[in-house]
Design a protein around this ligand. Structure first.
Ligand SMILES: Nc1ncnc2c1ncn2[C@@H]1O[C@H](COP(=O)(O)OP(=O)(O)O[C@H]2O[C@H](CO)[C@@H](O)[C@H](O)[C@H]2O)[C@@H](O)[C@H]1O
Ligand SMILES: OC[C@H]1O[C@H](O[C@H]2[C@H](O)[C@@H](O)[C@@H](O[C@H]3[C@H](O)[C@@H](O)[C@@H](O)O[C@@H]3CO)O[C@@H]2CO)[C@H](O)[C@@H](O)[C@@H]1O
Length: 604
C-alpha cells in the first residue's frame, strides 16, 4: 500500500497520523487528512473535504480498524459551482432541471464542496433568506438581488431572488420559467439571465455558508463554475471582464455544458448593449443566420459566446458530441465553432431514488428483477384503468412521455399510429407543450377509443405509472442530446424503442436493451414519411418479440444496468480536475450524504 501524503487527525481517539495510508470500506484511499467527530476541520494545508466512512488505518506494520461513523477521511476535492436557469426539484421544465437536481449531490458524495445557483421562482418553503443583498448592473439600471439558501443532499442550494424571477413565475407553474406560454419568451430574458450570471459570480465570494457539517465559510475564488445552456453563457465573459481584470478569480475556470443546442439565445445585434460587456466581446457573440426571428440578419448568439469564452465544452452524451460537430443541421449552425473548441460528451445519470421500482410511491405493487414478470401485469391493469383503456394484461402497452416539441417527434408518432394500431397493442401518450401537438393527443382517444389515450398534462404520477406498467417506452426524437426517459424506463423493465440519435444511441443497445429505429430527419417543419415507416416497422418488430423468452431477457438486461449519477460523476470529476484550478484534488468514492429532498416539486 502506498504511503499517503501529509494527513492529519484533527481530534478524537488517535492523535496524529502524518505520512501514512489508510484503506476504507470503499476501497483504498490515499488520505490527505483524517478527522474524527463533528469538530470543524481546521484547514490543514488547505485540506477540507471530509467524508464519513469506516476505515482501516495502517501505521507502519500496525493495522488499526476504526469503526466510528464519525471518522471522516479527507481529501482536498474541488469547489464546484453549478449555474442554471432550472434546478430540480425546485424548478424544472424538463431534463435540465433533472440534471441540476442529480449531478451536484453525486459530486458532493465524492467529497467535493458543491453549490448550485438558480433563480428563486417561488417562495420555496425550505430555502431561507441569507439577508445578503448585492447590487448588479442590469442594462442601464442597477438592481438589487438577494440570496436564499438551503443545504440538501450535501449541496448548498442557492437561489437568486429578484422580482424579475419571482413575479413572473410565482403562483404559476414552472413551465413559465422562460415565457408566458411554450414558444414565447419574456421580453426581458436577457436582463434576467444577465442577473443570474452576475449573481453566480458573487455568491462564492459573499456567502458565508455554514450549514454543512464538513465545510464552513465562503467558497472563495478557487472554484470551477459549471455553466449550463445559453442562459449562463455570459458567466465566462463576466468572469474575465469584471473580475480577472481586477486580479480576482485568477485561477477559477468555467466548464460550459450544452444540454440542447436547439436553444441558443439569439437576439438582435443591438441588444449587445444590454449585456454590460465591452466591445472586445462583440466578436464572440456576432452571428449571422438566414432567419427573420427575432430580427432579420445579424444577431448576437449567447451560446456561441459561452462556447468561445469557456475553458471546457461538454455535452450530455458522446454520440451527441459527435453529432454537434458533424455539420450545420445537427450542430444547429454552431458546428464550426464547436469544432474549434472541441467538445466532450458524458452520458447523464438519473435519479435512482425517484425512479426505483422497489420504492416507487406512485405504484401499488413494488418489484425488482425477480418479480417483474408477475408485478408488471398488475401495474399495467391499474394503468389501463387510470387512463380508461380496456383492462387486459395480455395486451402489450407502449408509452410516450415528453415535451410536445418537434424535438421529441410526437408529431411523427401521431402520423405513425394509424400504421401500427391494427396490431394487438395499446398506446398511451403523455406530454405538454405546443398547443397543436396537445390537440393531436386529445384526438387520439376519439380516433382509437379502445386502443389509444393522449394526456396533455404534466403528471408525475402518471409518468411513473406508465413507466412501471407499460411494456415499451417509445422515444421517436428527431434529436436527443441524452434523453432521460429511456434511462428512467429501463430499471422498470420497460423496454425502449428509440430513434438512433444522441444519447439514445449511447444508452440503448439494439436487441439487448431495446430497439433502434434509425436516425430521423432533423427538419422540424415536416414529418418525413420514411420516419413514419421506421416507427411502424420497428414497433411491429418489437411487438413480435413481446412475450417471447428473448423479451424476458431484454427486460432483465434493462434492469441489470447501473444508471445512477455515480459513474457520470466520476467522469465529470476527471474533466473538471483537468482544468487545474488552484488547490483542486480528486475526491473519494462515496455514497450520497442525505436522502432525496422533495419538498418543492415543480410541475410545469
Ligand atoms: N408530461 C410529463 N409529465 C411528467 N413528467 C414529464 C413529462 N414530460 C417530461 N417529463 C419528465 O421531464 C424530464 C424530461 O427529460 P428529457 O431528457 O426528455 O429532457 P429534455 O428534452 O427536457 O432536456 C434536455 O436536457 C436533458 C438533460 O441534459 C437531456 O437529457 C435531453 O436530451 C435534452 O433535450 C424527465 O424527467 C421526464 O420524466
Ligand atoms: O428541459 C427542456 C429544455 O429546457 C430549456 O429550454 C428552454 C430554452 O432554453 C428557452 O429559451 C425556451 O425556449 C424557447 C425559445 O427561446 C423560443 O425562441 C421558442 O423556440 O420556443 C422555445 C420553447 O419555449 O424554453 C425552453 C424550455 O421549453 C433547456 O435550455 C433545454 O436544454 C431543455 O431541453
Amino acid at each position: 500500500m502506498a504511503a499517503a501524503t501529509a494527513w492529519n487527525c484533527v481530534s478524537g481517539t488517535s492523535g496524529s497520523y502524518n505520512g501514512v495510508a489508510i484503506s476504507t470500506n470503499r476501497g483504498e484511499v490515499k488520505a490527505t487528512a483524517l478527522r474524527v467527530g463533528r469538530t470543524q476541520m481546521a484547514v490543514h494545508e488547505g485540506l477540507r473535504v471530509v467524508y464519513r466512512c469506516n476505515a482501516r488505518v495502517i501505521r507502519g506494520n500496525r493495522i488499526q480498524n476504526v469503526k466510528s461513523r464519525k471518522l471522516i477521511v479527507c481529501r482536498l476535492g474541488m469547489n464546484l459551482v453549478f449555474v442554471a436557469a432550472e434546478c430540480g426539484p425546485w424548478s424544472k421544465t424538463g431534463g435540465l432541471g433533472d440534471v441540476l437536481g442529480g449531478l451536484p449531490p453525486a459530486m458532493a458524495a465524492n467529497g467535493h464542496r458543491v453549490m448550485t445557483i438558480a433563480p428563486r421562482y417561488d417562495q420555496y418553503k425550505d430555502a431561507w433568506d441569507t439577508e445578503v443583498e448585492i447590487e448588479l448592473k442590469a442594462g442601464d439600471k442597477t438592481e438589487k438581488v438577494r440570496f436564499f439558501h438551503c443545504y440538501k443532499r450535501g449541496v448548498d442550494r442557492v437561489f437568486v431572488d429578484h422580482p424579475m424571477f419571482l413575479e413572473k413565475v410565482w403562483g404559476k407553474t414552472a413551465s413559465k420559467i422562460y415565457g408566458p406560454v411554450a414558444g414565447t419568451d419574456y421580453q426581458d430574458n436577457q436582463i434576467r439571465f444577465s442577473l443570474l450570471c452576475q449573481a453566480a459570480l458573487e455568491a462564492p465570494r459573499v456567502l458565508n455558508l455554514n450549514s454543512s457539517e464538513y465545510f464552513s465559510g465562503p467558497y472563495g475564488e478557487d472554484v470551477v463554475f459549471i455553466a449550463n445552456d445559453w442562459h449562463t453563457a455570459l458567466l465566462p465573459c463576466y468572469l474575465k471582464n469584471m473580475y480577472q481584470t481586477r486580479g480576482l478569480y485568477m485561477s477559477a475556470k468555467v466548464a460550459f455544458c450544452i444540454h440542447n443546442i436547439a436553444y441558443q439565445g439569439r437576439f438582435a445585434f443591438a441588444d449587445f448593449e444590454l449585456l454590460s460587456l465591452p466591445d472586445e466581446f462583440k466578436s464572440s457573440f456576432d452571428f449571422m443566420d438566414g432567419y427573420e426571428k427575432p430580427v432579420k440578419g445579424r444577431k448576437i448568439n449567447w451560446m456561441k459566446a459561452g462556447i468561445l469564452e469557456s475553458d471546457k465544452i461538454l455535452t450530455v452524451s458522446p454520440y451527441y458530441a459527435e453529432e454537434l460537430v458533424s455539420g450545420p443541421d445537427k450542430g444547429v449552425e454552431l458546428d464550426n465553432i464547436i469544432r474549434k473548441t472541441s467538445i466532450l460528451g458524458i452520458v447523464n445519470g438519473m435519479d435512482v431514488q425517484e425512479w426505483n421500482p422497489m420504492t416507487d410511491k406512485f405504484t401499488s405493487v413494488k418489484f425488482d428483477s425477480t418479480t417483474v414478470m408477475s408485478a408488471k401485469p398488475l401495474i399495467k391493469e391499474a394503468l389501463q384503468a387510470e387512463v380508461g383503456l380496456p383492462v387486459d394484461k395480455s395486451i402489450p402497452v407502449i408509452g410516450f412521455i415528453g415535451r410536445l416539441e418537434e424535438q421529441k417527434g410526437s408529431d411523427i408518432l401521431a402520423a405513425a399510429i394509424p400504421e401500427f394500431i391494427g396490431e394487438d397493442v395499446q398506446i398511451i401518450v403523455l406530454g405538454t407543450g405546443k398547443k397543436a401537438m396537445e390537440k393531436q393527443l386529445d384526438e387520439l382517444e376519439i380516433q382509437y377509443p379502445l386502443k389509444a389515450r393522449g394526456v396533455a398534462k404534466f403528471n408525475v404520477k402518471l409518468a411513473h405509472m406508465i413507466i412501471a406498467g407499460a411494456d415499451f417506452i417509445i422515444v421517436p426524437s428527431r434529436f436527443e442530446p441524452c434523453g432521460l426517459i429511456q434511462l428512467q424506463a429501463m430499471p422498470y423493465g420497460c423496454v425502449p424503442i428509440v430513434a438512433s440519435t444522441g444519447g439514445l444511441v449511447d444508452t440503448v443497445k439494439e436487441g439487448y436493451t431495446g430497439f433502434q429505429m434509425g436516425a430521423f430527419n432533423v427538419e422540424c417543419e415536416t414529418v418525413d414519411p420514411a420516419d413514419v415507416t421506421a416507427i411502424a416497422t420497428t414497433v411491429t418488430r418489437a411487438l413480435a418479440v413481446y412475450g417471447t423468452p428473448a423479451f424476458s431477457e431484454m427486460i432483465q438486461n434493462c434492469m441489470a444496468q447501473e444508471l445512477s449519477w455515480k459513474k457520470p460523476a466520476k467522469k465529470w470529476e476527471e474533466v473538471l480536475l483537468s482544468l487545474g484550478v488552484e488547490g483542486s484534488e480528486p475526491g473519494i468514492e462515496g455514497e450520497e450524504i442525505a436522502p432525496l429532498a422533495k419538498e418543492n416539486v415543480a410541475t410545469p
